[in-house]
Design a protein around this ligand. Structure first.
Ligand SMILES: O=P(O)(O)OC[C@H]1O[C@](O)(CO)[C@@H](O)[C@@H]1O
Length: 326
């Protein structure tokens, strides 16, 4: 069933109970980060609908009081077997919420408690169109929910963006090929790399920090919000500390520019990934913000393969994950 029909059916089923009032995005790690732009979209654009992105275990132990028959709970687990995400799905199901499960693994344990199961493509899928990316699938669901519940004026502009994003990302990936190799050579021996970002693109910086630098490369990191940078983190800026700063195209670009101006003055080792320079501006202004995350994540792929190669540390290396009890 396509997204539009799924949302129509959910609205019909909830019509007598007060309709959809809340949307919760629930997952762990990279799958939670993939929800950030969809959640940001809801929080920015909705006048009545409430939305939150919540770690699965927090959702289980500190369940929002409003969660129930008027909620749509969208969960994501790539493997579909992260225990706390499966538990969160079961809890949402038992409370009467409509449960949408996103997984890359059909038939995985997560799907047992889902009213709808939605797939997505992963960036290693050679045949993929980037509009089916893990961050864009929940965003498309969110756009559909908002449009059908409250109306969303830029709905057609969003569909146009979906049609354009694949070409934009393919060009951008080519554009950064040499830069990624240079980055890998420059930073391969660093023990710490901070990431910086803001707004609807922030999820890419978050994933890059926790899943790539920390999990897959064992490099210390933290994602710093460019607006928050001036309220603490900027004190660690010096000529040696590396930063990867992403520049959004859209409403929060001013925050990123302010942080970059400071880096230009007081830092020396920073890499700039700029959505405007990478061609995102062909997507129309009212919706362009929401495409930053997928562009950055897919461009980081090129950097990450180069870095892993230069460091001789494959992205699949783990010490604890899936190996010990946790
Ligand atoms: O529930 P999922 O999406 O399979 O996630 C499992 C793991 O994969 C990651 O998203 C990336 O390896 C981790 O952050 C997470 O712990």
């Amino acid at each position: 069933m396509d997204t539009k029909k799924i949302v129509e059916e959910i609205i019909e089923n909830k019509a007598e109970d007060g309709g959809i009032q809340q949307v919760y995005f629930v997952a762990c790690g990279g799958s939670l980060g993939a929800f950030f732009s969809a959640n940001h979209f809801m929080q920015s654009e909705a006048k009545k609908l409430k939305a939150a992105a919540i770690n699965s275990n927090e959702f289980v132990h500190d369940t929002p009081a409003a969660m129930g028959v008027n909620s749509v709970v969208i969960l994501c687990s790539h493997a579909g077997n992260t225990p706390e995400t499966v538990k969160a799905a079961e809890l949402a199901h038992n409370k009467g919420a409509t449960v949408i499960g996103m997984t890359y693994t059909p038939g995985s344990p997560l799907t047992e408690f889902c009213d709808y199961v939605v797939g997505y493509k992963f960036r290693t899928d050679l045949e993929m169109n980037f509009s089916e990316d893990k961050a864009l699938v929940p965003l498309t669901i969110a756009v559909e929910i908002l449009n059908q519940v409250e109306g969303f004026e830029a709905y057609d502009k969003y569909q146009d963006g979906l049609n354009k994003i694949d070409g934009i990302i393919r060009n951008a990936q080519k554009q950064v090929e040499q830069r990624a190799l240079d980055f890998a050579q420059t930073y391969k021996d660093d023990k710490i790399i901070y990431t910086m970002g803001s707004g609807a693109g922030y999820g890419a910086a978050y994933i890059q920090s926790i899943c790539i630098f920390m999990e897959m490369q064992w490099i210390n990191s933290s994602s710093i919000h460019t607006g928050e940078y001036f309220h603490g983190p900027f004190e660690i800026t010096d000529l040696n500390t590396p930063f990867l700063i992403q520049m959004n195209e859209g409403r929060t670009r001013a925050l990123d520019e302010r942080a970059l101006d400071f880096l230009k003055k007081y830092a020396k080792r920073y890499e700039v990934v700029d959505a405007k320079e990478l061609g995102l501006s062909t997507i129309e202004a009212p919706v362009v913000d929401y495409f930053n995350q997928t562009l950055f994540t897919c461009v980081y792929d090129i950097y990450n393969f180069a870095l892993a190669d230069a460091r001789k540390h494959p992205l699949s290396t783990r010490r604890y994950m899936w190996k010990v009890e946790y």
